[in-house]
Design a protein around this ligand. Structure first.
Ligand code: SF4
Length: 68
């Protein structure tokens, strides 16, 4: 029942909202200003913030699903 969180790199526009809302989960790559999910991020513990970031992403680049 774990959460699966990904950022579509080709869609992300680097606004950084996700990093502001969930800094433990998302980070911006300093090389290309594209967001990604922090390796080993405790996604299940931050579901509310992740859902908020998903809704707030202007590019709709954050994809959240659940492991079956
Ligand atoms: S809020 Fe969306 S567009 Fe902005 S950095 Fe995060 S994933 Fe990228």
């Amino acid at each position: 029942m774990g959460l699966v969180v990904t950022v579509e790199r080709d869609v992300c526009a680097g606004y950084g909202n996700c990093v502001v809302l969930a800094s433990a989960i998302f980070e911006l790559d300093p090389d290309d200003n594209v967001a990604g999910v922090v390796e080993g991020a405790p996604v299940d513990e931050h579901e509310d913030a992740i859902r908020e970031a998903e809704l707030d992403c202007p590019a709709r680049a954050i994809v959240v699903s659940r492991k079956q």
